[in-house]
Design a protein around this ligand. Structure first.
Ligand SMILES: Cc1cc2nc3c(=O)[nH]c(=O)nc-3n(C[C@H](O)[C@H](O)[C@H](O)COP(=O)(O)OP(=O)(O)OC[C@H]3O[C@@H](n4cnc5c(N)ncnc54)[C@H](O)[C@@H]3O)c2cc1C
Length: 411
């Protein structure tokens, strides 16, 4: 192996977002020597809804960082509000009787704050280089031996390891260099986000509204503390391409609509709307090979229905480190071994991603959304069924079964 003591690692982590920072935290737990190479400097923004779901909370507990995260600036979330195209609404309370998990809340914390916290945690335990943009994979006899990039002095620098973890997000350089990026762009969504001050009626709740202006996508309102709301819309890339309106125009159409106008009357945009791509976990993409694994958005693991990706990025970090450790133990970095990462990933996340893909397709049916949400807004039984599904006590797959709708009709 090339490299000397100072630039030779067990694994190189490219990207210091949730996938990269958590990979470093999991690696540290089992004594692996890693380095995070991150092109930005923290705190940095990441276009996102900023919602940290129950899954994120579970991994934060495991990493023993939940207590500190709960004290960061932001909001504690205990309710999810759903709105239908004809503006019927219902609430799901995370404290509902179906939720037998210990976790009864989520958070909405700006990514500039959350990612900065996570990265600093990792930085205390592992080597890091900020302002380091990876632009090349290094090979010896066709085997990956490290990466090269431009460091913060704009000089070329090489870092060595027998395995690299691509945690560099939706536009992953690592995926591009390995020829896996085109696939990553298929089955993607587009979303736009803007921070607003003074939106009325913000509570400890995240709101998802399936409004006509965005269907089959949705409009979200998430409170992120200090009277600030993270507002945005998300829709499939295919749909965004077909629509003649710009995403920022669609967002304005919603906030100016009859239904939302009052809530936005005294509000003020505090930044310019920013859009970003969401690689959805609708398909199994190639995320491993000789000497590498792709994690988080670089592997295309975002939930197709909810748009959540932080939890799955953290999950992928845990699984990838488990396999990286096995590779080091056996001194075998071949795709035969890294394919085990793919197996764990799809065993753990596969059925959930499959159901969410079907639900994303169902959102095309306006009548169905009005029907289910209309029933839920007036019927406690239906609210309970949906609460049970969110708490994973009732299988979400039922939503894709016609009998489920018959049951709702009769309830
Ligand atoms: C508009 C929008 C709303 C969303 N809302 C939510 C939400 O509310 N909740 C949720 O859970 N998920 C949400 N997501 C998804 C979530 O943002 C991603 O799934 C999550 O950020 C994935 O984490 P990651 O670490 O894989 O990638 P990122 O967070 O994108 O981190 C990648 C890192 O790699 C660095 N990098 C990139 N290229 C290089 C390079 N060549 N060299 C070195 N470093 C590099 C980047 O600077 C970055 O820091 C949303 C996404 C979008 C676009």
């Amino acid at each position: 192996m090339n490299g000397n003591k100072s630039n030779l690692y067990d694994a190189i982590i490219v990207g210091g977002g949730p996938a990269g920072s958590c990979a470093a935290l999991y690696a540290n737990k089992i004594g692996l020597k890693t380095i995070i190479l991150e092109k930005s400097r923290f705190p940095r923004d990441k276009v996102c809804g900023d919602a940290l779901s129950g899954k994120v909370v579970r991994y934060m507990k495991e990493l023993e960082i939940l207590n500190e995260v709960s004290k960061l600036e932001g909001s504690t979330i205990n309710t999810i509000t759903f709105g239908s195209p004809n503006h019927k609404q219902f609430n799901v309370y995370l404290t509902n009787r179906y939720n037998k998990n210990i976790i009864k809340e989520g958070y909405a914390i700006k990514r500039s704050i959350f990612d900065n916290f996570l990265f600093n945690k990792a930085n205390q335990l592992t080597d890091t280089k900020l302002g380091f943009k990876v632009n090349k994979i290094l090979y010896n006899n066709k085997k990956i031996i490290g990466v090269e990039g431009l460091n913060n002095n704009n000089n070329k620098e090489k870092i060595y390891a027998p395995i690299i973890l691509g945690c560099d997000g939706a536009n992953s350089t690592i995926a591009k260099k390995l020829g896996l990026y085109t696939d990553l762009q298929k089955n993607s969504a587009m979303a736009i986000r803007c921070y607003y001050k003074n939106v009325k009626n913000l509570k400890n709740q995240i709101e998802l509204h399936f409004v006509d202006e965005v269907l089959p996508g949705y409009f979200w309102l998430f409170p992120v503390g200090k009277n600030t709301a993270n507002i945005g819309i998300g829709l499939s890339k295919e749909q965004a391409k077909k629509d003649t309106r710009k995403l920022s125009t669609i967002l304005d159409d919603v906030t100016n609509s009859n239904f939302f106008r009052k809530r936005f009357k005294d509000s003020k945009k505090i930044d310019s709307p920013k859009s970003w791509v969401l690689p959805l976990g609708r398909v199994k993409r190639i995320n491993y090979g000789d000497g590498f694994m792709l994690l988080g958005d670089a592997a295309g693991l975002i939930d197709p229905f909810t748009g959540e990706g932080i939890g799955n990025a953290m999950a992928s970090a845990k699984f990838a480190i488990k396999i990286a450790s096995k590779c080091l133990e056996k001194n075998d970095f071949s795709s035969k071994l890294t394919s085990e990462y793919n197996k764990i990933l799809w065993t753990k996340l596969g059925s959930e991603l499959k159901t969410s893909s079907r639900l994303q397709d169902l959102a095309n049916y306006r009548v169905l959304l009005n029907f289910v949400m209309g029933k839920a807004s007036s019927n406690k039984n239906v609210q309970d069924i949906i609460s049970g599904m969110l708490a994973k006590e009732i299988p979400k797959e039922r939503l894709t079964n016609p009998l489920f709708y018959l049951k709702i009709l009769l309830s």
